[in-house]
Design a protein around this ligand. Sequence first.
Ligand code: FE2
Ligand code: FE2
Length: 287
Amino acid sequence: MTATKTTPAEVQIPPRDIHFDFEGAKGRRWLGGDPVGTAVFNALSLTFPDGERMFIDAVRAYRDRVDGKLAEDVKGFIVQESIHSREHHTLNQLIDRDFYEVDYIEASIKERVAIARSRGPMRMLLSTIALEHITSMMADIHAANQHLFDSAPPGVERMWRWHAMEETEHKAVAFDVFMVATKDWTPFQRYFRRCMVMAIIGIMFPRNITDYAAHLLQADGYSKEGAVKAVKRFLWREPGIFGRGWKLFFAWFKPGFHPWDHDNRALVTTWRKEFDADLATPIPATA
Ligand SMILES: [Fe+2]
Ligand SMILES: [Fe+2]
């Protein structure tokens, strides 16, 4: 029998309590003058505060079942995600709300998160592990496409890179909690449930981001069809921030999958040097 896979012992999940400088995000086309890329990253940012709060509650619901290194990882996960949520909320307040239809997007996100929450803690945890797989995949693509942020405001660039790094560090925490919480399930039950949830989320998440980004883009003068086409091109083809991750994405459907099967510790090590200066000590009381 093979040992249960977990987050590697040497991967730490330290919270870094950083307040980023978002002044430059007040400009309408902060991503190098590109309205499409700006709309996509603003759409992603708008989903994070409520989404990440749900991730925290999903993991917290099973917290009393874990101990040792995983208990420490859970603590780090909760604080990292709560700081992400805070920073994205701050950034989202700077989007020009008189110009862009932000209210529609925020209302839609709140409704979707409320539905996910109403289905109970296990369904929330399943959604969390699926979305954490997608965010960690995006972190890898971010690392390969850092040039996209070359002419972005430095504070905004740093925030997206910090988020990508911490998503990599904690990419398996919710998954590890899921494995403990379902230890009485058969391997097939686990496999079936997580694949079913990913089949839904793998379609719904890109669809929602396309819808939200296209709504933002219409304010920039695009027709509805033109906006959808431009956003899909950005997501799937060039630069392809979703499309380039298909191999990583489909790894999920391998029986016995674990997020650290894709070992990208080197990526974390490189980025950490810059951000570790801001390690949060002590861990805030919200943990
Ligand atoms: Fe996050
Ligand atoms: Fe995360």
